[in-house]
Design a protein around this ligand. Structure first.
Ligand SMILES: O=C(O)C1=C[C@@H](OP(=O)(O)O)[C@@H](O)[C@H](O)C1
Ligand SMILES: C=C(OP(=O)(O)O)C(=O)O
Length: 444
């Protein structure tokens, strides 16, 4: 049985009401951010399917990545997460899984969507489950597609059981990934190990989070897979082909998590200060590469220096009108900035945020609305009008990105208390300590 790690257990952060600190002066700090969740969890999956051992440098140690390690252990891999580098030994071919294996995915979309395909390649039964919320998040299209590729799976949603046969035929499949790009990534990541590889066609109303599909393709290629990714068709459909083959183990370096940098960089704009995030990658698939442009559109000045990415605020925040379909994770913090702005904002292209850790659109409108913010949920996002805010108690609804967004508002609006700040441990180890270090000007 894989244990359920809460944010608190994963990171040591205390839960309970957290008085969000108000910035007494403009924030000036250098804030190193931890490794990327998406990079760590892809690297773990690819390493667990490789021909030899792997070493992951700069892996993120947070609830979502520890859950991924736990599930891959339940699927037969040896994963050592004790040291600064994580070590992965894939299972020897031909082994059988322990009877009654359980894969606890928590509320980690990457774990719930990337590991069922791995389970089809093992010999034995594994039951997948997670937090109550994960039982409601989209999985059905992925499980249907795996069945079409030859998998034996009981159930269309969590809890479901994969009866692994040690191999998956593979082939061609069409999936509607309108609700989550992870439904496609979850078919592609293990595909070199399917007998015939895979051809995945996405057909649906939209395809959110495109950069994460490019990340999946790039990480597969870096591990030696042969992957073809066709450009989008006029009707919005997309096609990927992964050839059958081996995956190489070896050393993998994980980039810093640019999503985790968002709240810290926003603090510079919110307080008219300056925040530097070191080791900002020159080139990256992470959609966080859009942050300098987004923050500049709201009034920040941004600069690449030898030290990293520097963001400075000029004392005023402007509203913005933007399509965030590629970078929905930025929406909570951008909403936090937008409620402090001097003009209205529209965040578009993010209907899929209703299906994430919580209904993010509704939660932002209701919780920030309780402070006086004027936020309307639209068909595909949020409309935000300037308003005078007051303090109050905010429930992040078990959503790390909402908790961090509320901390940004708390920098300038006195009297905000955030329930369960430990929920940030999904992706950021000890956020309150990092936030306090930023406010005191000490390096993170
Ligand atoms: O593939 C990934 O690593 C991710 C894809 C995105 O999911 P959706 O496509 O569901 O938005 C993103 O929001 C999530 O945080 C990470
Ligand atoms: C949507 C997110 O996570 P998940 O991987 O659980 O989908 C997120 O981290 O913002």
């Amino acid at each position: 049985m894989v244990s359920i790690l809460t944010g608190t257990e994963a990171t040591g952060t205390q839960s309970g009401p957290w008085p969000a600190p108000t910035a007494e002066r403009p924030v000036t700090a250098v804030v190193p951010v931890p490794g990327a969740k998406s990079g760590t969890n892809r690297a773990l999956v690819l390493a667990a399917l490789a021909d030899g051992p792997s070493r992951l440098r700069g892996a993120l140690r947070s609830r979502d990545t520890l859950l991924m390690a736990g599930v891959l252990r339940a699927l037969g891999g040896e994963i050592d997460t004790d040291g600064p580098d994580w070590l992965v030994n894939p299972p020897a071919p031909g082994g059988r899984l322990a009877p009654g294996a359980v894969a606890d995915c928590g509320n980690a979309g990457t774990v719930a969507r990337f590991t069922p395909a791995v389970a089809t390649l093992r010999a034995g039964d594994v039951t997948f489950d997670g937090d109550a919320r994960m039982r409601d998040r989209p999985l059905t299209p992925l499980l249907g597609a795996l069945r079409e590729l030859g998998a034996d799976i009981d159930g269309d949603r969590m809890p479901f059981t994969v009866h692994g046969r040690g191999a998956l035929p593979g082939g061609e499949v069409t999936v509607d990934a309108s609700d989550s790009s992870q439904l496609v990534s979850g078919l592609l990541l293990a595909a070199p190990r399917y007998d015939a590889g895979v051809t995945v066609v996405h057909r649906g109303a939209r395809l959110p989070s495109g950069p994460y599909l490019d990340m999946t393709v790039a990480d597969l290629r870096a591990a030696g897979a042969v992957v073809e990714a066709a450009p989008p068709e006029r009707d919005g459909s997309r096609r990927w082909r992964v050839e059958p083959g081996t995956l190489a183990g070896g050393d993998r370096a994980i980039e810093p998590d640019l999503n985790s940098a968002t709240a810290f960089l926003a603090a510079a704009l919110a307080t008219g200060g300056r925040v530097v995030v070191p080791d900002w990658p020159e080139v990256t698939e992470q959609p966080g590469r859009m942050l300098p442009t987004l923050l500049a559109a709201m009034g920040a000045s941004t600069e690449r220096t030898e030290d990293g990415l520097a963001v400075s605020g000029g004392g005023t925040i402007h509203g913005l009108d933007v399509d965030l379909s590629d970078f929905g994770e930025a929406a909570p913090v951008l909403t936090a900035l937008a409620v402090l702005a001097d003009s209205p904002s529209r965040l578009r292209g993010i209907a899929h945020l209703r299906l994430q850790e919580t209904d993010r659109l509704l939660a932002l409108a209701q919780e920030l609305g309780s402070l006086g913010a004027r936020i309307t949920v639209t068909d595909d996002g949020l409309a935000i009008e300037p308003a005078r805010l007051h303090g109050g108690r905010l429930d992040p609804r078990a959503d790390h990105r909402l908790a961090m967004a509320y901390a940004v508002v708390g920098l300038v609006v006195p009297g905000i208390t955030i329930d369960d700040i430990a929920t940030t441990g999904k992706t950021v180890p000890d956020f309150p300590r990092m936030w306090a270090a930023m406010l005191s000007g000490r390096a993170g």
